[in-house]
Design a protein around this ligand. Structure first.
Ligand code: 3MF
Ligand code: MG
Ligand code: MG
Length: 416
């Protein structure tokens, strides 16, 4: 809405307080104690994202893990997750430098009362991954195996329960350049190396192994992807290529599934049925567009309500990982004053609302009636069966209407 502005230009030193005052005026925020009751995990890379992209320069200053952990603690985000190279320079991986940094992270987490929930290996940014982590060259694949095993070690060190693998551009820029079945076999070997190392570590440290979760993304701006969807990954897990398929599950990302035009709720349903929904990256965005990583509920709140109803009704108790990118227009201050607290609060409200929707008497009576079905027709008479259910089926649309009503505050109307 364009309205003629009567406001005077806002001096720089008054902008933060204006943003804070208006954020507070929105209301609807939860206390850090309440926020900590949910298994909400904050990635290092999300908060430290500087706003750069293919055509875009950074808009925010670099920040380290100390800042992120401290600010997450203030907000009430109880868990932290990281890529290896978010915190450890590539050249220091597996060396003394790594041990010093990991010790510093442990101290920071303990000081602020956070836990490390998940570790993940960056197999996409560095030049070494130009031909993917499952490249033809054996030295690249040996290096990939070193990296995932080293991430398992970091996970043990920090007490993580989950390891996530987003393979990045696992595929090709030009058709015919790689042989797909061979590439997938090589990719499986890397995951096998991670699981086998984990089993050894588990024995040594007398603790359960990590849950290894694959994350699919249908397209990157520059490559064709061999495992583009969660369903492709389920097939891969069941393909016989993995030595420990029972240790490998999924980390679907809401937007990654929306990006290829799927219904995220249906994707999650298939993962639930396979017993592989272990971790969930939460964000929002648009169908058939880039991976814009908008914060949860800012684009599709109704769809999110539906997703959370499904997860609640199936007792999903894994992490909700805030894998989004504060927009380039948000400042370093805004990342922690606006972006993260409001994302967490929308998630909590949607989660609680999903509980309310599941208990809603209208929705329940309608669902039960649909399951009871229409009376009076059995057997092989298709016309009679259709007629016996015809009036009941209007309840589908009524259920959708009721969900929208719940979303905007049941029965809200205007006096016009
Ligand atoms: C890319 C992603 C990744 C993965 C991360 C976890 C940078 O679109 O979603 O975030 O979630 O690599 O392994
Ligand atoms: Mg993700
Ligand atoms: Mg993403």
């Amino acid at each position: 809405m364009l309205v003629p502005t009567t406001m005077k230009p806002v001096p720089q030193n008054q902008q933060q307080s204006l943003v804070e005052r208006l954020t507070k005026a929105c209301g609807g925020s939860y206390s850090p104690e309440t926020r900590r009751k949910y298994f909400i995990t904050g990635p290092q890379w999300a908060a430290a994202y500087q706003g750069q992209a293919l055509f875009h320069a950074p808009t925010r200053a670099a920040i380290g893990y100390e800042d992120v952990i401290r600010e997450y603690a203030k907000i009430g985000i109880g868990y932290w997750s990281t890529h290896d190279t978010d915190v450890i320079p590539t050249a220091a991986l597996g060396k003394d430098g790594q041990h010093e940094i990991v010790a510093g992270i442990k101290k920071s987490l303990a000081e602020h009362g956070l836990k490390c929930s998940m570790v993940t290996t960056e197999t996409f940014h560095h030049a070494v991954w130009a031909a993917s982590p499952a490249a033809e060259s054996p030295n690249v694949r040996d290096y990939a195996a070193f990296r995932v095993k080293n991430t398992v070690d970091i996970g043990y060190e920090l007490g993580a329960e989950f390891a996530v693998y987003w393979p990045g551009s696992l595929g090709y820029y030009v058709q015919g350049a790689v042989e797909e079945t061979q590439t997938l076999k090589w990719y499986a070997e890397t995951l096998n190396a991670a699981c086998e190392h984990d089993i050894e570590m588990g024995r040594k440290h007398d603790r359960p192994t990590l849950k290894h979760c694959m994350e699919a993304k249908p397209f990157e701006p520059q490559a064709e992807i061999l495992l583009p969807t969660s369903d492709a990954m389920l097939a891969f897990i069941g393909s016989g290529l993995l030595t420990h398929p029972e240790m490998v599950g999924l980390n679907p990302e809401y937007l990654h599934e929306l990006m290829w035009g799927a219904a995220p709720r249906a994707v999650l349903a298939r993962a639930l049925l396979a017993g592989k929904l272990w971790h969930f990256d939460i964000n929002d965005g648009y169908r058939l567009k880039h991976d814009v990583d908008i914060a949860v509920g800012l684009v599709n709140p109704l769809d999110w309500l539906n997703v959370l109803m499904l997860l609640r009704s199936h007792g999903y108790n894994g992490p909700f990982n805030l894998d989004y990118k504060p927009p380039r227009t948000t400042s370093n201050h805004g990342v922690f004053a606006v972006s993260f607290p409001t994302a967490v609060d929308r998630f909590i409200t949607l989660w609680e609302m999903a509980g309310e929707a599941l208990a809603d008497p209208i929705i329940n009576e309608a669902s039960e009636a649909l399951k009871a079905g229409g009376e009076g027709a059995h057997g092989n008479d298709a016309d009679a069966i259709a007629a016996s259910n015809a009036e009941l089926l209007s309840l589908h649309e009524l259920i959708a209407h009721r969900l929208v009503q719940i979303l905007w505050g049941t029965g809200r109307t205007y006096s016009v």
